[in-house]
Write a protein that binds this ligand. Structure first.
Ligand code: RP5
Length: 185
């Protein structure tokens, strides 16, 4: 059964087998998958954004390299479990989004993590340079990418959910209002 993070927390995500994350009553529509627990500090911003919009979601650590069969099993069964969007974050040789996309026709949004060696340029190129035929929608490196991946997932879901579309409009209006109200001293 899928599990879902239900509240803001700095607690790192773990896989369902050993998770302390409470069971969700609603089936998750979005999965936030990351290659390592070290990605959580960035990806919690995607978690928080989806929570802000009231979108049922789950957060898991799955590595394309360190747990390849779990990555394949997760992605190939995602659609029949009711997921509609997968967000995949990884750093360095960041193959996670591409591997998940290879096993599903659900939209996969890739978030490149800022890496120590190359500051995320490696993650960006590894995520974005997919061969024609297996798309990954790649967002910006780090926190802006995490937030925008969640907003993109909301926009996809909003195509068939007028309540979410309305929330997106209100979010944009509030954002613009904040800019208009900004005065420089
Ligand atoms: C990637 O390697 C992960 O997504 C992470 O960004 C990076 C480093 O992982 P750790 O060594 O911190 O587990 O697979």
């Amino acid at each position: 059964m899928p599990r879902q993070r239900t509240k803001k927390s700095t607690q790192k995500p773990t896989n369902s087998r050993n998770s302390a994350i409470p069971q969700s009553r609603n089936s998750p529509l979005v999965a936030i998958i990351m290659g390592s627990q070290s990605d959580w500090e960035t990806m919690r911003h995607a978690d928080e954004t989806l929570t802000q919009f009231g979108v049922a979601h789950e957060c898991k650590v799955i590595s394309a390299h360190r747990s390849p069969s779990l990555a394949s099993e997760f992605s190939s069964t995602a659609e029949k479990r009711g997921l509609e969007v997968i967000i995949a974050a990884a750093g360095g040789a960041a193959h996670l989004a591409g591997v998940l996309a290879a096993h599903t026709t659900l939209p996969v949004l890739g978030v490149p993590m800022r890496s120590e060696a190359l500051n995320g340029i490696d993650s960006l190129l590894a995520t974005v340079q997919m061969p024609a035929g297996i798309p990954v929608g790649t967002l910006a490196i780090g926190k802006p990418g995490a937030v925008n991946a969640a907003l993109f997932a909301v926009a996809i879901l909003a195509n068939s959910r007028p309540d979410l579309r309305e929330k997106l409009h209100r979010f944009r209006e509030a954002q613009e209002e904040k800019i208009r109200a900004t005065t420089l001293k």
